[in-house]
Write a protein that binds this ligand. Sequence first.
Ligand SMILES: [Cu+2]
Length: 675
Amino acid sequence: MPFICSLLLFLGISFSNVLADLLPAEDIPKYVDPLVIPPVMPKADTIMQQGGPPIDYYEIEVVQFQQQILPSTGFPKTPVWSYGAVGHPETRNYPAFTIEAQVNRPTRVKWVNNLVDENGDFLPHLLPVDQTLHWANPSQDCIDGTTRTDCRGQSQETYTGPVPIVTHVHGMRVAPESDGYPEAWWLPAANNLPPGSDPSGTLFGDITTTDADPNNDNPGNLGYALFQYPNDQPSATLWYHDHALGITRLNVYAGPAGFYLLRGEEEDNLNLPGSAPKPDGNRQGPQKFFEIPIAIQDRSFNEDGSLFYPDNRAFFEGLSPDQLKIDFLPDSDVPPIWNPEFFGNTMVVNGRTWPVLQVEPRRYRFRFLNGSNSRFLILKAVTAAQPDNSTTWSNLTDEFVQIGADGGFLPQPVALDELLMAPAERADVIVDFSGFAPGEAIYLVNVGPDEPFGGGRPGVDFEPANPETTGQVMKFQVVPLTEPDPSANPDTLVLPSFEELGPSTHTRQVSLNEEESQEVCVKVQKGKVQQIGCSPEAEEFGPIAALLGTLHNGMANPLFWENTITENPALGSTEIWEIYNFTEDAHPIHLHLVQFQVLNRQPFGDDGSSDPQPWETGFKDTVIALPGEITRIKAKFDIPGLYVWHCHILEHEDNEMMRPYCVGDPANCPANGAP
Ligand SMILES: [Cu+2]
């Protein structure tokens, strides 16, 4: 895909030194600071309803603060964003405190955009915003000359205005007005909103605009939205993060993400390792938890501790900006700042680089989340931090017993040597340390690639992550057992019965596509990439976007965010979606609203198909679609209205690899902002 890189290496062009401020990952000591176990987000209130269960009510704000993400041994703090309880600055943490929810007891959240300074003036983004993508665009500076939000902008400069946010609970079955539609964002209620900016997106709405609270209209300029989650689905490891149109990669990279753990009665009798932090837990108190959520994210840092994220396209090509002499939007179709993928050079786990967790020789329950923008992880447990040769680690056998995935428990436990996790996927796993003695150490390592994942095996089909840096994740340091382990043996664990979806009534074909430039062709000349006229022999510059779409006569039919809705399942219907991946890379495909079943995978041109992986046999909301294959899923669409489906490589999602879809009557699905 990044063909220029290979061209440059061939021609011997030297990479520039534009990243002088980048903190070398090799300079960051590992396993210095303890793993932070996110405490529970405190409730603001409990709302009693007549004839219904009480509602847990939260007021949660997105704020900017400093956090020690790099080691505490003399490294600077990092300016970061995350969620915290309103009025409780002590709850500000990246990743956010965990929302604990109970099945069939609704959660209501007032999500507040408080990205303002001490004077109430808006804070600009921490990271470079490419205004030429189809994005939220509060300044209504559309490339087509119209004045509206949610459009492609015309400025090549980074956006410096107030930042839109909209929260999505990933994996939640929820009504559209509370799902966090990408065009339903809102700005902070800042003192100094620039003239001409719109305080909320085209499809801003919240539950006050529905029957839930019809007397309390929110016009979108209050700096918040009120969302409600029914929690009427099985126990699951969900997570919440930002979803604003065209800047999700930046908003999530800046920090806002946290776990949303939904617990039901079916979990109570399983005798799983516990406990987890409790809602009334004191953050400063003794922490001895045997159920721990673990969010793994790659990041890069500047020497001053700030987050690094590329501010020009040349970075992706391994060039300095003056070595990439091409026209950018609006003078061509190439976005000037957007990078097709981003891979950080450090591993951050629960908001710390390469932390260490003290573990007793007993069983633990870890809820792993791959919270990376682009990086696929292949996690292994090993007993030496360094590989025994250049490509393989002597990993422990069947160290992971996976009991759950995105949407809840698996039909039965699955013993695994490794965990393959695309961005946004979760794995609920039991790890047994009882075979280890105090003083011993176990390391969680990563043999996924430092580049886009295309399937295959590390060391065979791709080079595993740098074993000195991104190949390592965290350390488990064994300490003495303090009390007997009463938890169930996972080998004999009987998980809650799994109820399959009913037969499907419709099958549709959708496609994953990559877009090359139609206007910019390039050649390498005098140490620079020069633009030349496009002829049949010329090399098109790309990729410039990733697109979802349909199939037409067996051929890919790529579509943009603004194109008319093509996926319109009937209300209450169960459909099979056949996802044709016409690109060279794997894409984690996520559907809002539903938890689906993975049916099978079939390479193009093959008659046979392969069963889902053992860890994909429960409910999923995100599935890896491998290149050159059809991935089949089945889902039931049982709430009417407008939702999205998208790739969860955030750089793809932000640049057109997302489409609206409509359940039921199209009259319930207002069109996107585009005319
Ligand atoms: Cu993708």
